[in-house]
Design a protein around this ligand. Structure first.
Ligand SMILES: NC(=O)c1ccc[n+]([C@@H]2O[C@H](COP(=O)([O-])OP(=O)(O)OC[C@H]3O[C@@H](n4cnc5c(N)ncnc54)[C@H](O)[C@@H]3O)[C@@H](O)[C@H]2O)c1
Ligand SMILES: [Zn+2]
Length: 365
């Protein structure tokens, strides 16, 4: 059940190995050799992850040359990308070589962007160390940094040579970020795969950092589902938008609460509740399925409401998003567990009711 699992993502002519499971990092050299890679590896590591997993890091870099960076969201900046560029120049990294991103989504995004731009594109290996990065940020080729005016405003689509999700690394995650990663798995289950959703329901109480290896089948399935969607719609013109389920209200809440207060995955969980509320009002989703989603998120220790933010702020963030997209607000709405659709015809009062519901103080109900 917890063996290392290897799958592939095919983008154009390229086949990207996706390796997941306990000890997956040990399989990386063989996977890279199989993909015809003969260069050197330059590891850029989240300093927290590097301290916690020095042994795994050593297996990645025999030479021990590692650039340590902060994995904080506030450091997902051009300055940090510049540091990576400077280091690669100093090391004499060539186009046949590859940079390894060892860290959470912040490090994957920022190192991916540095790799996409250094020498017009040097190899990239994603070695995600958080659950969220293993099931989401490391797969699909979105890289980038934040701009003072907004998250992820600068970036590029750039596919890695390989993704290696070693589930042993997850044991050191604190509970909140661990649960936040589970939110993205629940999201994928809700929009794409009723079986994955059911597996989560049955195993919820055992999904804790101390038993991280038990996650392997879930991580592998989430990666497989995301890879299949990315193969069909790399640039997010259609089907890939389904993966933004829970993110419309999620992003607005995250920004309104101030980054760092509500973890991304927590905001997505509340956003999923808002989406279910909208889908029920539109008579798309039956009450039993909405209840199942709420129960699962609760069992995973995730919030489904968040009252510590003024509703006006959330509303204005939603409007800003819509303006930026230059079109009607798009909503991903579940029609049942395991299936969803993209809608742009949600009435304003239905949205307003959902916002009121998820930002109301549950203690006062
Ligand atoms: N590119 C994409 O498709 C995509 C998708 C989803 C999210 N993202 C991005 O990912 C970022 C969030 O990623 P994240 O949730 O992984 O957060 P993160 O990268 O900020 O990591 C969270 C914290 O965990 C620490 N950490 C990392 N590995 C650890 C380990 N094994 N044990 C203990 N602590 C560890 C880090 O130092 C950091 O403090 C956001 O910037 C988001 O925009 C990108
Ligand atoms: Zn997300």
């Amino acid at each position: 059940l917890s063996a290392v699992c290897e799958q592939w993502l095919t983008i154009g002519q390229r086949r990207v190995p996706l390796i997941a499971g306990p000890g997956a990092l040990e399989q990386l050299p063989a996977a890279l050799a199989g993909a015809g890679f003969e260069g050197r590896l330059f590891v850029v590591a989240d300093s927290t992850a590097a301290d916690l997993h020095a042994e795994s890091l050593r297996s990645l870099s025999e030479s021990g040359v590692v650039l340590r960076v902060s994995g904080a969201e506030a450091d997902k900046t051009l300055d940090q990308v510049s540091r990576v560029w400077d280091w690669l120049v100093a090391q004499g990294a060539e186009r046949r070589d590859a940079v390894v991103a060892f860290g959470g989504g912040v490090v994957c995004d920022l190192v991916g962007f540095a790799a996409a731009s250094y020498l017009r594109g040097i190899g990239l290996v994603n070695a995600p160390t958080t659950l969220l990065a293993q099931v989401d940020a490391s797969v699909g080729g979105k890289t980038g940094i934040n701009h003072p005016r907004g998250k992820n405003l600068i970036g590029a689509f750039y596919q890695p040579l390989a993704v290696v999700a070693d589930t042993r690394l997850l044991g050191s995650l604190p509970r909140r970020p661990f649960a936040a990663g589970l939110a993205e798995i629940a999201k994928i289950g809700m929009v794409l795969d009723a079986n994955l959703f059911g597996t989560l329901e049955r195993s919820a109480s055992g999904l804790v950092p101390e038993a991280a290896e038990a996650l392997t089948p879930l991580v592998a399935r989430a990666i497989e589902l995301k890879a299949a969607v990315v193969e069909r719609d790399e640039r997010e013109q259609g089907e890939r938008m389904l993966l933004n389920y829970g993110h419309t209200v999620g992003h607005a809440l995250e920004a309104a609460a101030g980054y760092g207060h509500l973890l991304h995955g927590e905001a997505v969980a509340v956003g999923m509740e808002a989406a279910a509320c909208i889908a029920s009002a539109m008579r798309l989703l039956d009450q039993a399925s909405a209840d199942r989603q709420r129960a699962l998120l609760g069992a995973l220790s995730l919030p489904t409401r968040y009252a510590d933010v003024p509703i006006e702020l959330v509303r204005s963030r939603l409007t800003q998003d819509k303006k930026r997209a230059g079109q009607r607000q798009r909503w991903i709405l579940a029609e049942r567990v395991g299936a969803a659709q993209i809608r742009d015809d949600v009435p304003a009062d239905v949205v307003e009711d959902a916002l009121r519901w998820v930002t109301a103080d549950a203690r006062l109900q």
